[in-house]
Ligand binder design. Structure first.
Ligand SMILES: C[C@@](CO)(OP(=O)(O)O)[C@H](O)COP(=O)(O)OP(=O)(O)OC[C@H]1O[C@@H](n2ccc(N)nc2=O)[C@H](O)[C@@H]1O
Ligand SMILES: Nc1ncnc2c1ncn2[C@@H]1O[C@H](COP(=O)(O)OP(=O)(O)O)[C@@H](O)[C@H]1O
Length: 310
């Protein structure tokens, strides 16, 4: 049955972390080949889309990080809406409102997930009837992380990260996030990695089979020793103080501590939800970070939810 268009749609969009992130030598197009295991976590931006008759695409950003996000055509959500509008000759426009709780330039794919949410929202709003495969194809044009943000759960990312296949994961993991003051630019972190290591010796990236086995156990103690991130050394080189944050978390009971993606957010794996709360309180008191958040994973990708009252 075709799904009718709607006049307003809200989509909940999760942040991502990389449980494993192996990075190869840069390709001729400048992107780095990846073998990554993504997980979507329950830290969300909500994107509300309301149809406009005049064909304009507008963006308003609300929440903790609003001042750090462009509210113009360069916003990734606006770019996602423009892409569908152009591709399918849509006459209507859209008013996008982003309620942000995902840190900006924090290595958690905040912009990418807003773009994924906008694809889902505009598909419904404009009655485009696009399939998941269509949306994933458009997502890959917008950014390497965007297809995963549609799919969510736990998944393997190959190519430059845009080729996504779901992997099995049992149970729920309890994560704590130390959000730093200020972001890190993703291209700069990749550039720093290239500067730090002799490119001749870089092997093609592979996913660690022990990571995939640990996910099947659902045991945080099995997952902790096999988490890895090739970008961590580069993020630490650009922001050495993150080392203190990681060390503090380990001393306060985290099973593992790692930079999230390109950073500077630091993530900690807690043994259970109670100890996640304890760790979050200790980190918040430490003065080492701007704010602390807790979230479970895995969770689904960008999904339509009942919208806020207008
Ligand atoms: C590092 C990761 C890990 O998941 O995410 P973050 O931690 O920043 O969220 C991703 O690879 C970021 O993906 P995304 O933020 O979508 O990157 P894109 O917009 O596609 O690319 C931005 C820039 O990052 C660099 N880039 C990105 C992906 C990749 N495989 N190799 C790269 O070298 C390139 O310099 C590119 O111009
Ligand atoms: N909707 C958006 N949310 C966050 N950042 C955005 C958005 N649109 C554009 N940007 C820009 O993208 C940059 C990267 O942001 P983000 O996706 O949060 O980081 P990361 O790639 O580290 O996960 C930011 O510096 C910001 O200027």
């Amino acid at each position: 049955m075709p799904v009718p268009p709607a006049s307003q749609v809200t989509v909940r969009a999760p942040a991502k972390i990389n449980l494993g992130l192996a990075v190869g030598a840069p390709r001729p197009d400048g992107f780095h080949p990846l073998a990554t295991v993504y997980q979507a976590v329950a830290l969300y931006d909500d994107v509300t889309a309301v149809s406009r008759e005049d064909g304009e695409i507008t963006v308003e950003v609300l929440g903790d990080f609003a001042a750090e996000v462009p509210a113009d055509d360069t916003n990734l959500a606006a770019r996602a809406a423009r892409l569908l509008q152009t591709e399918y000759d849509v006459e209507a426009g859209v008013e996008l409102t982003i309620r942000k709780t995902i840190p900006v330039a924090g290595g958690m794919a905040g912009g990418s997930t807003d773009a994924a949410a906008t694809l889902v929202a505009c598909n419904r709003l404009w009655g485009l009837q696009l399939t998941s495969a269509d949306l994933e194809r458009h997502a890959a044009v917008l950014g390497s992380d965007v297809p995963f943000c549609l799919v969510g759960h736990t998944a393997l990312g190959r190519g430059r990260g845009e080729q996504v296949t779901e992997v099995m994961s049992r149970g729920t993991f309890h994560w704590v996030f130390a959000i730093a003051d200020g972001g890190l630019s993703t291209p700069k972190v990749y550039g720093e990695l290239d500067r730090l290591r002799p490119l001749r010796r870089v092997e093609p990236p592979e996913v660690d089979p022990e990571l995939l086995s640990a996910l099947l156990t659902g045991e945080p103690a099995a997952l902790a020793p096999v988490l890895s991130n090739d970008l961590q050394a580069a993020a630490l080189s650009l922001r050495p103080k993150l080392g203190e944050t990681l060390q503090f978390g380990l001393e306060r009971g985290a099973l593992a501590a790692m930079v999230s993606g390109s950073g500077p957010t630091c993530l900690f794996l807690a043994p259970d939800s109670r100890r996640a709360v304890d760790l979050a309180v200790d980190l918040a008191d430490s003065g080492l970070c701007r704010m602390v958040r807790q979230a479970e994973g895995p969770v689904p990708g960008a999904r339509i939810i009942p919208g806020p009252a207008r």
